[in-house]
Design a protein around this ligand. Structure first.
Ligand SMILES: [Zn+2]
Length: 69
């Protein structure tokens, strides 16, 4: 039985396709978003599924990685 190196984090466990998706989601998560209420760019994910604006405290439920308006 051949030994396989285990990689950190998302390693060989997932295929390249999934890793690409993971990277995409991470970029999505860090994207600058505009608050739909006041237009401030300090809008981001508060918790999984909850997005909020740091300026006006506007809160919206979205998905874990993106806002669906
Ligand atoms: Zn706002």
């Amino acid at each position: 039985m051949a030994k396989k190196k285990s990689l950190k984090g998302l390693g060989a466990r997932y295929g390249i396709k999934l890793r690409k998706q993971y990277t995409k989601i991470h970029h999505q998560l860090k994207e600058t978003r505009v608050c739909p209420d006041c237009g401030s760019k300090q809008f981001g994910r508060d918790a999984v599924g909850i997005w909020s604006c740091r300026k006006c405290n506007f809160k919206i439920a979205g998905t874990a990685y993106d806002v669906k308006l």
